[in-house]
Design a protein around this ligand. Structure first.
Ligand code: NDP
Length: 463
């Protein structure tokens, strides 16, 4: 046995991760269900092939790894992971470690961790897509500290590095904590993408800008407070021409968004936790609406198209997006706090902001400031951190103007509008739930608390 680690599943992510591991100097044994994929992978590994040990059975894989062994699973989430664990069980020693690095639902990871598996087990979320996996992903781990410590030298070696040199690989807590943080990351990713798409819609349909002008605006924004991977690639995709027609690439892409469900998991989990994340929920909803293309076409024929020209400018849109982004992240971090309490985890909020600074899809310079604000006071909602409160105050009028003008002119802005509404609710000490409580008491005698503190929890409804 000569490999430091093994890997099962040489798909998009697994093959990239295996090359990254080999490149950092760790000999790696690899196995794939379809053996030809393993052979092709080894043949295509170039000079790294000397550090890649291709194997064609699980027995061969296990024999190639130095004990106590560590094996990464990079297969689709769900039953393929259970199948692999089951197939490995008779071949592994109790001290051997299986690392599920796919996008598992954290409830599954909790279940596996609690099931008393015959081997050690970690659930590790990996973000950054194929390029991240190959050159430095962001890694969110969950499981026992001792198991994390064993594998941490490899995971920190392959992880992205933040500007200050810190590797973006952190243990978030027990069992499913890493996969939970990865799910919230993906929820925020959905929301960031949706808000950018809404702003793009205002530029395209409200301001009548062609794709190359829009590309230029995103490029400029990427030099300012909005600097992020998603703004950068939005500029690039808006700039690219279609090789077939020469038209802007964006103009020939069907407006029906796909999803693998991790954003949906976040929204579902937020409902279980009673954690308000309306911007993320709106983003999931928007993907679901986008999928209903035929219905949308029929409704447009019946009612006519919605969007009309808008009186907006580049500066307003930039500030609105800054505000929307802060509000969205404030919700995401608050959900993580809620989960920490509900599951008895001590999820390290500042470390989560730090681990997202590089390697992952939502990486951005603003996360540096968020990490600082959360380090100062992890228990405080981000909107109350002085640096962010002042930014919100500065950008809020623009968000309000963009949302009100956009909605007035028929532009759907689900995520931006939800961010604004959530913020306006949060800053309203006297809301309208007194009406809800009165109704609940009227039809169900549910009782209410009174402002004057008097102990008289029912209204005179029957009188
Ligand atoms: P791919 O579809 O590219 O690869 C899947 C791999 O799993 C293949 O090697 C396939 O083998 C193997 N596989 C599929 N089903 C089984 C099974 N039942 N038993 C054993 N092996 C199986 O997927 P990705 O690499 O994109 O994704 C892998 C994991 O990483 C998923 O959980 C995904 O959600 C997650 N992920 C993906 C990201 C991405 O950007 N693509 C980003 C972050 C996480 P075979 O060749 O035989 O079909």
């Amino acid at each position: 046995a000569e490999a430091d680690i093994g890997l099962i599943g040489l798909g998009t992510m697994g093959s990239a991760l295996a090359l990254n591991i080999a490149e950092k100097g760790f000999p790696i044994a690899v196995y794939n269900r379809t053996a030809q994929v393993t052979r092709d992978f080894h043949a295509g590994a170039g000079e790294l092939a000397t550090r890649v040990i291709p194997t064609e059975s699980l027995e061969e894989l296990v024999a190639a790894i130095k004990p106590p062994r560590a094996i990464i699973l990079m297969v689709p989430a769900g039953s393929p992971v259970d199948q692999q664990i089951e197939a490995l069980a008779p071949l592994l020693d109790p001290q051997d470690l299986v690392i599920d690095a796919g996008n598992a639902n954290f409830h599954d990871t909790n279940r596996r961790a609690e099931a008393g598996l015959p081997m050690r087990f970690l659930g590790v979320g990996v973000s950054g897509g194929e390029d991240g996996a190959r050159h430095g992903p962001s890694i969110m781990g969950g499981g026992a500290q001792q198991d994390w410590d064993r594998i941490a030298p490899i995971l920190t070696a392959i992880a992205a590095r933040a500007e200050d040199g810190t590797p973006c690989a952190t243990r978030m807590g027990e069992a499913g904590a890493g996969h939970f943080v990865k799910a919230v990351h993906n929820g925020i990713e959905y929301a960031d993408m949706q808000m950018i798409a809404e702003i793009y819609g205002l530029m395209r349909d409200g301001m009548g800008l062609p794709a190359d002008r829009i590309a230029g605006i995103f490029e400029r924004w990427n030099d300012g407070p909005l600097q992020s991977y998603l703004i950068e690639i939005s500029g690039k995709v808006a700039h690219a021409p279609d090789p077939h027609s020469g038209q802007p690439m964006l103009d020939v892409i069907l407006d029906r968004a796909g999803q693998k469900g991790t954003g949906r998991w976040t929204a579902i989990e937020a409902q279980h936790l009673a954690a308000p994340i309306p911007v993320i929920e709106a983003a999931v909803m928007a993907r679901n609406v986008s999928a209903r293309l035929a219905e949308r076409k029929a409704a447009e024929e019946r009612f006519g198209p919605a969007p009309q020209p808008c009186d907006l400018d580049e500066d307003l849109l930039e500030r609105a997006l800054i505000a929307g982004k802060i509000l969205c992240y404030a919700q995401g971090f608050a959900m993580i706090s809620a989960a920490s309490e509900a599951f008895g985890w001590s999820l390290p909020l500042p470390d989560i902001a730090r681990v997202w600074r590089a390697g992952c899809i939502i990486r951005s310079t603003m996360l540096n400031d968020m990490a600082e604000a959360l380090t100062e006071n992890p228990g405080r909602n981000l909107i109350m951190a002085p640096g962010f409160a002042s930014r919100i105050e500065e950008a809020l009028p623009a968000l309000r103007r963009v949302v009100s003008e956009g909605l007035a002119q028929g532009h759907p802005l689900p995520a931006l509008a939800q961010g604004l509404t959530w913020f306006d609710m949060m800053r309203t000490a006297r809301g309208t739930a007194n009406m809800i409580q009165a109704q609940r008491d009227f039809f169900g005698a549910h009782g209410f608390e009174r402002l004057d503190g008097r102990d008289d929890p029912h209204g005179p409804w029957g009188a």
